[in-house]
Design a protein around this ligand. Structure first.
Ligand code: ZN
Length: 302
């Protein structure tokens, strides 16, 4: 790569990384743009499937609620719409920032087992469509569909397109935004939840950063990269919030100790006190915009 795909700058820093989640230790190289701070995996392996084994976290069956639980979830959302918060799950917060209604056509890119779409269907949302090229088989259940289709092959148009930790698995962020604009209805919205290089943990620990996650993460933006992409494609980036977890601390520390995530017992590695402290630190980092992941909300003109 001679030029940053996002901002066009030509100055990069090299980072030597390894596959650490499964402890395979295969080597990879990333380039960090010294201007927009976006991070690009070089030489994407041809057989990425090797790095998504059967025990990869997103492909178990989704947990179906029974009819009582479904009814309670529907009530909980209706109460939330009236301003009453009864232990709201995190997706209520996302929805409250968007213009969506229950009739909105919603796509979840990289939907995995479809758990979020199932939960939204319990809340009363009617048009829910998941896309994931790694699905075992397509599903058309009572409240939503799961399609074994690559993002770039989507033909329908949507009022809301969501990426929950999927954007970083897609090569070429510019091509991705081009496609996004194409599949958004006028006034349509986008929610991208993604790791970001704004994180203090990235600055401090570099190749040991838990969410570098080589080679599964192909592009990791900085908030600056996302602002540039929004501007290039005429989208209004109307809100950014940080939502990082305690895993940024214990995961990164694990990798520094040379231990894989899969097969290591976190409770044995860290004391109860340390684990509580990591949770507190994540809250503080998010408040200071130095957590290692964020939510980006975009809107297309009407
Ligand atoms: Zn750049």
């Amino acid at each position: 790569m001679k030029e940053c795909e996002v901002c066009g700058a030509q100055d990069f820093s090299k980072i030597q990384a390894k596959e650490r989640m499964f402890g395979l230790n295969d080597p990879f190289e990333y380039l960090e743009c010294n201007s927009c701070k976006g991070l690009f995996l070089q030489n994407i392996p041809e057989d990425l499937g090797k790095y998504y084994p059967a025990n990869y976290y997103s492909f178990g069956n989704y947990a179906k609620s029974n009819s009582l639980s479904k009814a309670l979830k529907k009530l909980r959302y209706e109460a939330f719409e009236l301003g009453i918060s009864l232990r709201p799950p995190n997706y209520f917060d996302w929805l409250s920032k968007l213009n969506v209604s229950k009739k909105s056509k919603i796509a979840d890119i990289g939907c995995g087992n479809g758990q979020l779409l199932a939960e939204l269907s319990y809340c009363g949302f009617k048009s829910l469509h998941g896309y994931d090229p790694f699905l075992n088989e397509p599903i058309n259940s009572q409240g939503f569909s799961l399609n074994k289709i690559d993002f770039f092959d989507i033909e329908e148009k949507y009022d809301l397109v969501m990426f929950h930790h999927a954007f970083e698995h897609i090569p070429d962020p510019v091509h991705c935004f081009e496609k996004l604009v194409e599949i958004l209805n006028p006034g349509g919205e986008v929610l991208i939840r993604v790791p970001v290089t704004d994180g203090e943990v990235w600055r401090e620990y570099r190749e040991f950063w838990y969410q570098l996650d080589a080679p599964r993460h192909l592009f990791i933006p900085h908030t600056k990269s996302m602002k540039i992409l929004a501007e290039r494609f005429g989208l209004d980036l109307f809100h950014i919030s940080f939502d990082s977890f305690d895993s940024q601390f214990w995961g990164t520390e694990l990798y520094k100790r040379g231990k894989p995530y899969v097969g290591t017992l976190i409770e044995k590695e860290f004391s109860q006190h340390e684990l509580i402290n990591f949770k507190k630190m994540a809250t503080q980092y998010n408040a200071n915009s130095i957590g290692d992941q964020a939510c980006f909300y975009f809107r297309k003109d009407t």
